[in-house]
Design a protein around this ligand. Sequence first.
Ligand SMILES: C[S@@+](CC[C@H](N)C(=O)[O-])C[C@H]1O[C@@H](n2cnc3c(N)ncnc32)[C@H](O)[C@@H]1O
Length: 379
Amino acid sequence: MKLLDILKFSEEYLKKYSFSKPRLESEKIISYVLKLERITLYAYFDMILSLEQKEKIKDYLKVMARNRCTFDELPKDKKSMIEEKDYSIQNKELLKKSIEYLLKNDVGDSKLDAEYIFAHVLKVRRTILSLSLKREITSKEKEEIKKLLHKRAKEKKPLQYLLGEWEFYGLPFKVDERVLIPRADTEILVEQCKFILTELQNPKVLDIGTGSGAISVTIAKEVPSSIVLGADISADALEVAVQNRKLNNVENNLKFIKSDVFSNIKDNDYDMIISNPPYIPKEEYEGLMPEVKLHEPLGALTDNGDGYYFYKKISEEAPKHLKDNGYLAFEVGYNQAEKVSGFMKKSGFQIVGIIKDYSGIDRVVIGRKNGEESVDKVS
Ligand SMILES: C[S@@+](CC[C@H](N)C(=O)[O-])C[C@H]1O[C@@H](n2cnc3c(N)ncnc32)[C@H](O)[C@@H]1O
């Protein structure tokens, strides 16, 4: 729509409401919105107005008609209300284009990822993003959104690393490329361990391969009477774990140690040893999706062998570090529960639970040292 057209439209509109000088009033509105001198308007009759300018002019017309006042008589608060424009239309369009861009670049959950990126840059929760789309997105914010979308689409960087924080068991965790992104499956392991630990008095817990500290921090938080030690071979990962300990305020009952499996673990009175070790076999590692293979730490994913190295080693050495009747709890890969149970039994553990994940796959194996045999298969 050209300036001349909107001028005619406004004039007609105000005439309908019996304004005595509809042309003059229309010129005043338009020159104000376009920030032009009224007497120069005729020189811009062919100018195409933006959607935003047209909307603003219409808003002024409506308010003047409703309040039966001229443009000069409009109260200040009404003017500022119109000036604080609603940018929803443009912003929703930008969000839609971003979703399409991710989709075109094979990002599976393109809508969710785009919404998370917008919410992150606009510093709001994703669930209330639509409310925040009313305000103007500054050019700096648009640049930041563009940068993150590019990293997600072209570099295949996982959303969680782009955001720098992710939720595990309802708690916030800092995550970056030094640590594995905590998975929902691991929440099942934590949940099962929590059931057992809450029955014990001041249980002493060791988490081998703590990574971001997801398991250690959550146990320390959920079972405040516990005393937890998180061990990892990666000094880089431990730096992140320390950050997460502080973030979740569990510095009193959680410590971290650098250790190659049990190499630096001295105590022999743990009530429970938990581990979600690197369990992807070397040959399966090659076929992982780019998000995982290109960005998550190799040493957190695979043992560079058949996927059983850590289960075997931890099962063999755990009895030395556990009290009698102490527990060993593992997260296992999709087809590993049976073989892992075998290692545990061979080292004197009674299997007390094999727990399935949400897809019905055996995901957690729990054994008790010198315990009585009773295998619970839980879905
Ligand atoms: C699958 S990740 C688990 C991370 C975290 N516990 C979780 O569940 O999200 C495995 C972790 O084991 C650590 N790791 C690998 N080799 C190890 C070793 N020899 N001794 C101790 N930790 C090791 C890795 O650095 C990584 O942090």
